[in-house]
Design a protein around this ligand. Structure first.
Ligand SMILES: [Zn+2]
Length: 162
């Protein structure tokens, strides 16, 4: 019997091509988008509008979509509260940079363990997938790279909100 080698990130072992990995990411995002409630999807679209989509980290985007799906009710409540606070009537489009995160419950606020994941700009492309410094495949867990990333953090979004 041959030993099974430890898994190597697809981008580095050469067994799968960039196109394959890109297709996997695209499928993952597409399947998550299908689950995304319309109202929440509209909000994500507003956020994505602020940055050219090609430069968003694909993993961050997938994580964010999954989080928005899992926390749909809390997010909708936060959007409602933010609308009320900013005087945006229900049914009108949300302005670019609209940020409901200050209205999320504490446990879902950005920075909390289960909090809203940041959407980070990609710093590089690995195997055809845009990725931020946190999500480079094969990167040692918990190690912080000394690279400034172009994060669209909730505080940056708050500044955009004006
Ligand atoms: Zn990322």
């Amino acid at each position: 019997m041959t030993e099974i080698p430890a898994p190597v990130p697809a981008a580095f072992n050469g067994s799968t091509g960039p196109a394959h990995q890109t297709a996997q990411n695209t499928d993952r995002i597409a399947s998550l988008l299908e689950q995304l409630p319309r109202a929440v999807g509209m909000m994500l679209a507003q956020v994505v509008q602020a940055i050219p989509p090609r430069h968003l980290c694909a993993t961050c985007l997938a994580n964010r979509i999954a989080w928005e799906t899992a926390n749909q009710r809390a997010l909708e409540a936060a959007v409602e509260a933010a609308r009320a606070a900013h005087g945006i009537p229900e049914g009108t489009p949300l302005p670019p940079g609209f940020d409901p995160s200050p209205f999320l419950p504490e446990n879902l606020a950005p920075g909390a363990p289960q909090g809203m994941p940041a959407l980070t700009g990609a710093i590089t492309t690995v195997g055809g997938t845009d990725t931020c410094s946190e999500h480079i495949p094969g990167r040692a867990a918990g190690r912080t790279l000394l690279i400034a990333n172009g994060a669209l953090s909730p505080s940056a979004m708050a500044q955009l909100r004006g």
